[in-house]
Design a protein around this ligand. Structure first.
Ligand code: HEC
Length: 151
């Protein structure tokens, strides 16, 4: 009786163990934790460099919303490559600029997972982090996201 129970248990356990190493991201524990780190300096003139450094972790390199941190967010990151398609074929540049400056939803409602980039980019400790440079960064990021649009 007892032995049978144990055997049943190990049979159940085996498939679970076999499945263990398969999900990707083997270097992290199953529960993902988003760690906030100070933002790294990047070139204000390269939308691509800034996107890869600041955005791809959530939105994915191709903008489709599959970055490594995406599954740990309460709100899944939207597919940025569909912004034009979802806006009648016109890339909504001013919407993107506004989101980057001010965040994606009313700050009063708090818990949005999308960082407010205007503030973060101004905090870059470089000698040239003037408001004009911050807007240049946002313009170049906005243009880079335009280049990711699905045709
Ligand atoms: C920590 C994860 C995270 C990072 C990093 C991040 N985003 Fe987001 N982003 C989100 C989430 C989540 C949303 C959806 C937020 C919501 O609906 O309130 C979003 C929304 C957006 C939107 C609005 C899309 C729409 O459909 O209106 C834009 C544009 C955007 N992000 C651009 C960027 C850019 C550019 C960067 C890098 C400078 C960036 N994001 C970095 C998580 C992130």
């Amino acid at each position: 009786m007892k032995r049978f129970g144990l055997l049943g248990f190990s049979l159940l356990l085996l498939p679970a163990l076999a499945a263990w190493p398969h999900p990707q991201a083997p270097e992290t524990s199953p529960k993902k934790v988003i760690e906030k780190v100070p933002i790294k300096p990047t070139s204000a003139s390269s939308g691509e460099e800034m996107y890869k450094e600041y955005c791809a972790v959530c939105h994915g390199l191709d903008g489709k919303g599959n970055g490594p941190a995406a599954s740990a967010l309460k709100t899944p990151p939207p597919d940025l490559s569909l912004l034009a398609k979802n806006n009648g074929g016109k890339y909504p540049a001013s919407h993107v600029v506004a989101i980057l400056n001010f965040g994606s939803s009313a700050p009063a409602h708090g818990s949005a997972d999308m960082p407010v980039w205007g503030r973060l980019l101004s905090s870059l400790q470089t000698h040239r982090s003037t408001p004009a440079i911050v807007q240049l960064r946002i313009k170049n990021l906005t243009d880079y996201i335009e280049s990711l649009q699905a045709k």
